[in-house]
Design a protein around this ligand. Sequence first.
Ligand SMILES: [Zn+2]
Length: 215
Amino acid sequence: MGRSLTDDLKVRLNGRTKHELIEGMIVRSPHQMAAEKMVAALEVYPLLLLLLAHDHPTKIWILDRGEAPSSAEILNDSVRQKRWHAGRLCIDDCDGITEVVGNYVAVVVSWRTLLAMRHEFAHAVTTFFSPTTRQKLNTLYREAKTRGAFTEPLASESIGEYVACGLSYFFFPDLREELKEVDPDLHDLVEDLLRQADEISEMISEPAPHPAKLR
Ligand SMILES: [Zn+2]
């Protein structure tokens, strides 16, 4: 019998914790507290998604107060010149930005709010969604547009924003309730996706038999 996917993932994970994976993605933090807040923000994501993002790789650049997203050195000029939301926004109009740059996913966001940090990371996470999941999300987005019902205007801008808002809302009890009311199907799909990712996470992070590994 060949090795299963979860065995492979377990080898890949190699005992790394959420904390280690998140810290491993942070390439710049203005100060220690900002890095700690990022760890707290992203720890809500299933271990599996953190592993996939870390190893992709994903690079996280944390902005300090008053710093413009374009100042992040992990971005390149084509991202700096890009425009979003039907051309209305340029890079420094955005609170945060997540873009593929070369062979990595660049996440640039301020440390000020957990929601913004979780939202930007959600964009990175969608990179790893299966074609089937993408198709389901596209259908839900089309239906939401037909109904004209979104949790916030940003969610209506694109399928990417729709999903990032849905995912990040899910991690806050009050916003999650709002999501459930406004878009129950998206709420349920996100719930399913996270539950599946959590189940796999549990299988790959089984404690090693050696007690020394149980910290
Ligand atoms: Zn966004």
